[in-house]
Design a protein around this ligand. Structure first.
Ligand SMILES: Nc1ncnc2c1ncn2[C@@H]1O[C@H](COP(=O)(O)OP(=O)(O)OP(=O)(O)O)[C@@H](O)[C@H]1O
Ligand SMILES: [Mg+2]
Length: 259
């Protein structure tokens, strides 16, 4: 069976800046592919290609085994690829249930005489959140009053509810404390267990390792490799992310200063 998504030696340049060069990875149903790398490593550029916001210049991007070139995020969504961006996931002043149905509101009546079916929307939102184990006091409250972690959880539940096959999360845990990050990672695992292919972008190997099945390491637009969990330990992942040899040299230097 072919992977949900696959990139083969994918590359992308912006003018003279090579943002991505020769990056290969796969996203399978019921698995989490983690994309790790420092600032400017090319993580967002890669997921924007997967999400239809950018087009690759070189290499191949395949959906279920077929080479594609997505022309818009809408096209990606129609093919079941849902992306949750760090800040753009929700409209803060709108209620939780309005956000949940944004762009896909259930309507009553017909054509110009239709109206938003708020009762159904509220009840469906409550049910979908409860199914993911998310217990919100009130779906009327503005999303802006939720914590960062809760917002991410609503966005994840939304993608699951509307039948996404692939869920892409760009640094969902970046601004969160330890406890909240743990909650978000639990929902990432739930989405995985429901059979979605998840792409999780993070700086933090401690967030990636417990949920990840595969780890793509990027550095300055190039791939340092895509490792199955069995082939890389948390220590090695941390070492690679910290800059490996560079960090050891720095540690050595700093120790020298102390003495
Ligand atoms: N639209 C653009 N125009 C020009 N250069 C860009 C554009 N988008 C990204 N780049 C460049 O491509 C490189 C990779 O950027 P990208 O945003 O993919 O990194 P990132 O790994 O997501 O970093 P961060 O962790 O800071 O979010 C950077 O050098 C960036 O300046
Ligand atoms: Mg980024």
């Amino acid at each position: 069976m072919s992977s949900l998504l696959e990139t083969r030696e994918v590359g992308k340049s912006f003018g003279s800046v090579i943002a991505l060069n020769g990056v290969s990875t796969v996203v399978n149903a019921g698995e989490v592919t983690c994309v790790l790398g420092d600032n400017g490593a090319g993580k967002s550029t890669l997921i924007k290609i997967l999400a239809g916001a950018h087009q690759h210049d070189t290499g191949e991007f395949l959906i279920e085994g077929r080479p594609v070139r997505l022309s818009s995020p809408r096209e990606a969504l129609d093919r079941g690829i849902a992306t949750v961006f760090q800040d753009l996931a929700v409209v803060p002043l709108m209620s939780v249930w309005r956000n949940f149905f944004l762009g896909s509101e259930p309507r009553k009546g017909w054509g110009p005489f239709s109206w938003l079916d708020g009762r159904t929307a509220r009840a469906t939102t409550k049910k979908a959140l409860a199914e993911m184990g998310i217990d919100l006091r009130n779906v009327e409250q503005p999303v802006g009053t939720l914590s960062g972690g809760e917002r991410q959880c609503v966005a994840i539940a939304r993608a699951v509810h509307f039948g996404a096959k692939v869920l892409i999360l760009d640094e969902p845990t970046a601004a969160l404390g330890v406890k909240q990050a743990g909650v978000v990672l639990r929902y990432v695992a739930q989405a995985r267990d429901r059979g979605l292919g998840v792409v999780l972008i993070t700086h933090n190997p401690h967030h990636a390792y417990p949920v990840g099945d595969r780890f793509l390491l990027l550095k300055r637009g190039r791939s340092l490799g895509c490792f199955d969990k069995a082939d890389i330990s948390l220590e090695e992942l941390t070492r690679q992310m910290a800059g490996g040899a560079e960090l050891e040299a720095l540690e050595h230097e700093l120790r020298g200063v102390q003495q």
